[in-house]
Design a binder for this molecule. Sequence first.
Ligand SMILES: [Zn+2]
Ligand SMILES: [Zn+2]
Ligand SMILES: [Zn+2]
Length: 114
Amino acid sequence: MTLGKLKWLIAGIAIALAVVLALSITLICTKHSHRFVECHYNDEVHFLVCPDDEVKNSEGEAHNLVWAYNEEYHWHKCSYKSGEAACQWNDEATNYQAHNFDENGVCECGYQKS
Ligand SMILES: [Zn+2]
Ligand SMILES: [Zn+2]
Ligand SMILES: [Zn+2]
């Protein structure tokens, strides 16, 4: 084999590799569209995550605080929901407080004395 032929061979292989690489990158990019179906959260914010590649849809939004309660105590939880994904954040562990009834026997959380 002459040096000239070898050069062409190497160039051919390089081009073939580049084409394969470009094709596979295009394939990966077009094949996957994120499914933001999992809601993850920390103490301040929640965000949706694609379970296939752990990509977030945003840096997070503040929790949407609503009251949660049982017969004796109340605390906050987040009411955020997007399709099947719901934020599970609550402050039950840190802000679990007894009801504070007014003269009508109603607490600010909405719970009514029975
Ligand atoms: Zn994804
Ligand atoms: Zn939340
Ligand atoms: Zn209450």
